[in-house]
Design a binder for this molecule. Structure first.
Ligand code: IPE
Ligand code: IPE
Ligand code: MG
Length: 254
């Protein structure tokens, strides 16, 4: 009988260094509250949040993390005031323009996950160029979750699956977890081992719903603009103390 767990990417691929999560996902929350607590406009919190992104990408790479997924704009964030949505889009433009050369020089491979629906054309082009330029890089895999929602991603994967069945390239009977995973935006990327949410809220807010099945979850009170290399090191230390069982009885540490 095949082991059902073997169909997941949770435990596939190269073994990372002991205690180091191969894939870290971060829900970067708390920019607005960081700013409000200092009497600053929310936008200043987003600006400072972008500085934190720079530092954490470098730190993840230094610590030997293979994949880093950053939740930068959710499919629900469209419900914010237009000015805030436009400001966040502007920051993404600035971030790519100012960081791309450096990321490329550091062999970072950029991939974007999320829907293209509603995203301004120039941003789609900028992101596509970043993906293309860095496609052959072998360093840190940086997934930018932009206009991303886990339910939307699963719905799009199911739509592709239905199209494959309709075309006859797939039969309904053979649909399993692997067929769905292969059609997600994260196809080919190992599942997250550690998901960190800053800002104190204890929820996933539609982040990597499918992929998080066996992720270790860590919720920290730190607002995102203050999350630095030391904070990431502390999160990785906590991860190393967890015991992962994947439904079994194994006692091996993460
Ligand atoms: C996270 O910070 C950034 C995005 C969601 C884009 P928030 O803007 O959600 O900050 P809080 O949660 O209001 O403090
Ligand atoms: C999650 O934060 C989305 C991002 C960090 C991009 P939110 O601030 O949007 O989440 P909720 O509204 O508190 O659940
Ligand atoms: Mg928030």
């Amino acid at each position: 009988m095949p082991r059902p767990g073997a169909t997941q990417n949770a435990s596939s691929g190269d073994d990372p260094s002991p205690g180091i999560p191969r894939h870290v996902g971060i829900i970067m929350d708390g920019n607005g509250r960081w700013a409000t607590a200092r009497g600053l406009p929310r936008m200043e919190g987003h600006r400072r949040g972008m500085d934190a992104v720079r530092g954490v990408i470098r730190a993840a790479s230094d610590f030997g993390v293979s994949h880093l997924t950053l939740y930068s704009f959710s499919s629900e964030n469209w419900s914010r005031p237009t000015e805030e949505v436009e400001f966040l889009f502007g920051l993404l433009r600035i971030f790519i323009q100012s960081e791309l050369a450096d990321l490329h020089a550091n062999r970072v491979r950029i991939r974007v996950i999320g829907s293209e629906q509603g995203v301004p054309e120039d941003i789609l082009e900028t992101l596509a160029e970043a993906e293309k330029l860095t496609a052959a890089n072998s360093g840190l895999g940086l997934q930018v979750a932009f206009n991303y929602g886990g339910r939307d991603e699963i719905a799009r994967a199911v739509r592709r699956l239905a199209a494959d069945v309709a075309e006859g390239t797939m039969s309904a009977e053979t649909i399993g977890a692997e067929a769905i995973a292969a059609r997600l935006d994260t196809a080919g990327i190992p599942d997250p081992d550690l998901i960190i949410r800053t800002g104190g809220e204890v929820r996933l807010s539609n982040f990597l719903l499918w992929q998080a099945a066996y992720a270790e979850l860590l919720f920290v009170p730190t607002y995102w603009p203050e999350f630095d290399k030391e904070a990431l090191a502390a999160a990785i230390d906590e991860f190393a103390r967890r015991t992962r069982r994947y439904g079994g009885l194994a006692t091996a540490r993460a």
